[in-house]
Ligand binder design. Structure first.
Ligand code: F0G
Length: 458
């Protein structure tokens, strides 16, 4: 027999989890206005809300914390971090930020202005938020295959080059400050972008003189998929692939809370000194001095180590095998899931799961609520609530996919936990026909409403 995958680490410190009864969960959920973001962590048993900032650090990362250098300027921990980032990506200019959206805020303050159009592959909501906040617009150029959860495509994060070409033709390169490529693409299901596609984007950008910026939160997982799925990369190391990926970009924004395996942090890395200098001013204004930008020295030290660990094949293989183990359990039960499975999460196709709930009643949110009631498992809606309203018409924007995301924190849960989640979903799947109504909105914020929305059961 082939030996099964097993985690390449053992547990040294444990944290309690909080089982609860269905009656308790019903009361808590009502108090939370059926918004899972409003739950307290002690009201949640297994928390799959996000893989962001929820990972477990290694003993080496915890040790690194103790030797952090908290100097305001010229911190040794910054130098350490910069060295790791430059070695991995090739970018010589680094600005730390407190998290990913802060990196977007700082960089877009320089690059994006009113009336601009920013093409990309299903921009993440904070990315889109920072674009729209500047009265510019995000233009989705993802390949059509990404929207069909039943279709196998190895790289559903890919951009459709003809769509991209079209955007340049329609709006003109003067209105396009950059192309943003999200690796892996969270919004289409943690789906990777192939090296071939990254090269094609670079080629198009060069022809029109456009910069390419990678939204890099899960860049290491993207490299893993290139290694395991793209012809010609089987024998490349993860770090060789990472280096080649970033050689095709002019810069990156990073949420270190994902593939940095730290609880907080982010950064911007750039090729151009001129852009770095302009960006530095905004970093100082919004984040902090250029050698810490919103991060403690100790956190930069832990991040330096985390980036090294996340770019090993051993780590990525175990991480992604765990995610795919959950995916297999659901697929075997014929639960409709986005395939191929993504890097950081399994995405359940809520439209095909709850066929009797109308789209206006927030199908994926309805499923998220059911899952919590059934089991205490907290997942997140990636659907109409997240998609917000159109900034001009104020109508609900119905995304092509109505998904429930089960995001798996790095190195936190075990296989038993995955079994528990799968059984909870299977139980709901068996009684899915009886679920015929969803929720309506009682309160919503004008932008990024899903965090604070208040709902009522219909
Ligand atoms: N880009 C991507 C692709 C992301 O997934 C996120 C965050 C960000 C940028 C923003 O980074 O949270 O550090 O400010 N995604 C989290 C998630 C919140 O749950 O997927 P941040």
């Amino acid at each position: 027999m082939n030996l099964p995958y097993a985690e390449p680490y053992k547990i040294k410190m444990v944290e309690p989890m909080y089982p609860s009864t269905r009656a308790e969960r019903e009361a808590w959920l009502k108090e939370a206005h059926y918004n899972l973001f409003n739950l307290k962590s002690q009201q949640v048993f297994i928390d799959l809300l996000t893989d962001s900032g929820t990972g477990a650090m290694s003993q080496e990362q915890w040790s690194a914390l103790m030797s952090g250098d908290e100097s305001y300027a010229g911190s040794r921990s910054f130098e350490q971090l910069k060295k790791v980032i430059t070695t991995l990506t090739g970018f010589p200019y680094i600005l730390p930020t407190h998290q990913g959206r802060a990196a977007e805020n700082v960089l877009f303050s320089v690059m994006v202005k009113e009336g601009d159009v920013v093409p990309g592959n299903a921009h993440f909501d904070t990315t889109k938020g920072h674009i729209e906040f500047r009265k510019a617009s995000a233009y989705d150029c993802t390949i059509d295959e990404a929207a069909d959860t039943t279709l196998y495509h190895s790289f559903k994060g890919n951009l459709d080059i003809s769509k991209l070409e079209n955007v340049v033709e329609i709006y003109g390169k003067e209105r396009i400050p950059m192309i943003i490529v999200t690796v892996t693409c969270n919004s289409t299901g943690g789906q990777p972008v192939s090296m071939e596609n990254l090269k094609a984007v670079r080629n198009l950008a060069d022809r029109h003189g456009l910069p390419v910026i990678f939204d890099s939160a899960r860049f290491a997982e993207n490299a893993y998929f290139i290694k395991t799925r793209e012809k010609g990369y089987e024998n490349h190391s993860i770090r060789e692939i990472v280096k080649e990926m970033f050689s095709l970009a002019d810069g990156m924004t990073m949420s270190s809370k994902k593939d940095g395996i730290v609880n907080m942090g982010g950064f911007i890395a750039l090729k151009s000194q001129a852009l770095y200098r302009e960006t530095s001013t905004f970093n100082i204004m919004f984040e902090g001095y250029i050698t810490y930008g919103g991060m403690s020295g100790r956190d930069m030290a832990a991040l330096a180590r985390g980036l090294e660990e996340a770019t090993t094949f051993e780590f990525l293989e175990s991480r992604i095998s765990q995610v795919h183990y959950l995916g297999e359990l659901l697929r075997e039960a014929e639960i409709p899931v986005q395939e191929p499975f993504g890097g950081h999460a399994i995405f359940v196709d809520a439209t095909r799961f709850l066929t009797n709930v109308p789209r206006e009643e927030f199908i994926a949110q309805t499923l998220a609520v059911e899952l919590y009631l059934e089991s205490g498992v907290r997942a997140v809606e990636i659907g109409t609530l997240l998609a917000d309203r159109d900034p001009e018409t104020r109508e609900n924007r119905y995304p092509r996919l109505e998904l429930l995301r089960l995001a798996i924190p790095r190195r936190v849960y075990t296989r038993n936990h995955m079994d528990y989640v799968a059984i909870a979903l299977i139980n709901i799947f068996q009684r899915r026909k009886q679920i015929t109504s969803g929720y309506k909105i009682n309160y919503e914020a004008p932008i990024m409403r899903h965090f604070t929305v208040e709902l009522e059961k219909i």
